[in-house]
Design a protein around this ligand. Structure first.
Ligand code: GAR
Length: 202
């Protein structure tokens, strides 16, 4: 079977990208191959990870494009030129407009570091999510992989995994545990689940 062509959109360290690349290497992901990594941050370490694996990279900066519309148009053009089947947002810290999400309807997924619908939506990203969870005092948090639509973190949920909050946790220790025990496991699994055709979006 022909492997699905995956593009991963990143902004930072790229540990989730690394988990995907490792899963492709180990055979956990059988039905897909990451062929493109796009970053909206010029010096994102994720780009180095991609280069190390021989994956093509592109940097698209909103400032250089002159606004959200042309920024998204440029990303869309690159994705379409590469015949991408699945777009994975892995720590991509820019909210995509409805025109973009409609253009790629059912083809974009995102990893979010909480159990949606808690601690999600506009303003909840990265460490802020874990700060909010600790401030609220929840004893269980986790991560969610979901389809992306026009509502931030509002699309259909594909997979979730719970993680304990422990006494003495800081946003940093909690972030690390959520990555290790949830994100790096469910993101590769969700990609295989979708690309193998086993998961059908409703
Ligand atoms: C991850 O924890 C991811 O879930 C989160 O940013 C981090 C990126 O880390 N994404 C969001 O908060 C999106 N709302 P990484 O660059 O090492 O994969």
């Amino acid at each position: 079977m022909l492997k699905k062509r995956v593009a991963v959109l990143v902004s930072g360290g790229g540990t989730n990208l690394q988990a995907i690349l490792d899963a492709e290497k180990s055979g956990l992901i059988k039905s897909a191959k990451t062929v493109l990594v796009i970053s909206n941050v010029a010096d994102a370490y994720a780009l180095k990870r991609a280069e190390k694996h021989g994956v093509k990279t592109a940097v698209v900066l909103k400032k250089e494009c002159g606004g959200q519309g042309p920024f998204e148009a440029k990303i869309a053009k690159i994705l379409e030129a590469e015949n991408i089947d699945l777009i994975v947002l892995a720590g991509f810290m820019s909210i995509l407009s409805e025109s973009f999400t409609k253009r790629f309807e059912g083809k974009i997924i995102n990893i979010h570091p909480s159990l949606i619908p808690s601690f999600c939506g506009k303003g909840f990203y990265g460490l802020r999510v874990h700060e909010a969870a600790l401030n609220y005092g929840v004893k269980v948090t986790g991560a969610t992989v979901h389809f992306v639509n026009e509502i931030p973190d509002g699309g259909e949920i594909i997979m979730q995994k719970a993680v304990d909050v422990l006494p003495g946790d800081t946003p940093e220790t909690l972030q690390r545990r959520v990555m290790e025990q949830a994100e790096w496991l469910i993101l590769p699994r969700a990609i295989e689940y979708i690309c193998s055709g086993e998961y059908q979006k409703t």
